[in-house]
Design a protein around this ligand. Structure first.
Ligand code: DGY
Length: 349
């Protein structure tokens, strides 16, 4: 009713409420100011409020960049997600008070870590706790793409299942295939462990080759990237997004893959040239793709949406209740540790 009378848009109303909230919190000048950019599983706001002054109640949806910019002046900490860009201009807006950026993710490509380090700002992340959930999802995408789960389910829901069909939705076999893992870190290693149950041969590519004993325990053979792409039946991307991995899988690299191969991306969308991938799928030059991440999230390349052989998920790698709660607890612990002047559990810099 008041909203109608004041003719305020819902967004403006929320902004106004946040501004009032932040003024009230501003009265408690003894606590360090913290901006939490979104309501997050495992992050207890009442617990945090005993130790820090929250600049505003965290929103249910991603915080618009201009709102974040308006909230950070004087903040000592930012608890953010991969949807928030924490760059030099945001650090400028926060000013010299900023001590810590705690990211609710293992990937920190949304944070300018070099700039933060230069300014003495600690950056923290949430590794380990999401390793198994993300590897589960990578393997699920591999199976789903190899066996055409999405295409077949769409047909069934559309009423097109008219009985068992000896020609329907023929996939490629997973058991006994060759799996190429690009980025054999913790998540890549957990994907390799799952491949053991499917009696797969595992190849890997890293910037630096692992010591022989680690290769042996993971049962993985090293290959140059081009050799891995041409030998593998399944390629799973697990690399962090960095200058060397951005655009790593473009047209020329896709051309090295087998026509029967499946590409899975659980890393970051920017590792793959999505336009080129969509073309390769449309022309049947690779068999299928399983994607959890995209170049311009939340936008999806229209040609990928149109590709029946692409299994597309909305960035779900770490999405289990337990994992997300552990990530939240970890992110809060990282933040509070730095603000208390102690070493955080998971520093990035
Ligand atoms: C991460 O942590 O980097 C994932 O992409 C989100 O859980």
């Amino acid at each position: 009713m008041y909203r109608e009378r004041l003719q305020l848009k819902p967004g403006l109303l929320i902004c106004a409420a946040r501004a009032i909230f932040s003024q009230e919190r501003g009265l408690n000048a003894s606590l360090p100011k913290v901006v939490v950019t979104r309501r997050l599983p495992g992050v207890s706001l009442s617990g945090l409020s005993e130790r820090v002054a929250l600049a505003a109640p965290p929103p249910e949806s991603p915080m618009p960049p201009e709102e974040l910019l308006g909230l950070v002046p004087g903040a000592a900490g930012i608890l953010c997600t991969l949807a928030d860009r924490i760059d030099a201009s945001l650090m400028d807006a926060a000013g010299p008070s900023l001590k810590v950026v705690s990211n609710f993710a293992v990937g920190v490509n949304n944070v300018d870590v070099a700039e933060a380090t230069r300014r003495g700002i600690r950056v923290c992340n949430t590794p380990d706790v999401l390793t198994e959930a993300t590897a589960d999802l990578g393997f699920a995408l591999l199976l789903a793409a190899a066996r055409k789960f999405s295409e077949a389910e769409r047909a069934l829901r559309a009423g097109e299942f008219t009985g068992w069909d000896p020609w329907g939705f023929l996939g490629v076999p997973v058991y006994g295939g060759t799996l190429g893992i690009v980025g054999l870190g913790k998540i890549g290693g957990a994907v390799a462990a799952r491949a053991g149950g499917f009696r797969m041969r595992v190849l890997y590519h890293n910037r630096r080759r692992l010591p022989p004993e680690q290769e042996k325990s993971l049962g993985a053979e090293y290959r140059g990237l081009d050799a891995l792409l041409s030998e593998s039946d399944f390629v799973v991307l697990c690399v962090p997004l960095a200058a060397e991995s951005r655009g790593m899988i473009g047209r020329e690299r896709l051309a090295r893959m087998k026509r029967t191969a499946v590409l899975v991306n659980i890393a970051r969308g920017e590792v793959v040239d999505e336009g080129a991938l969509a073309e390769y799928l449309a022309e049947g030059r690779i068999f299928a793709a399983g994607l959890d991440v995209y170049e311009k999230e939340p936008e999806i390349h229209p040609s990928l949406l149109a590709a029946p052989s692409a299994v597309l998920l909305p960035h779900l790698g770490s999405a289990t209740v337990e994992t997300r709660e552990r990530m939240g607890r970890f992110a809060a612990e990282n933040l509070l540790a730095v603000l208390a002047g102690t070493e955080p559990p998971c520093p990035v810099n």
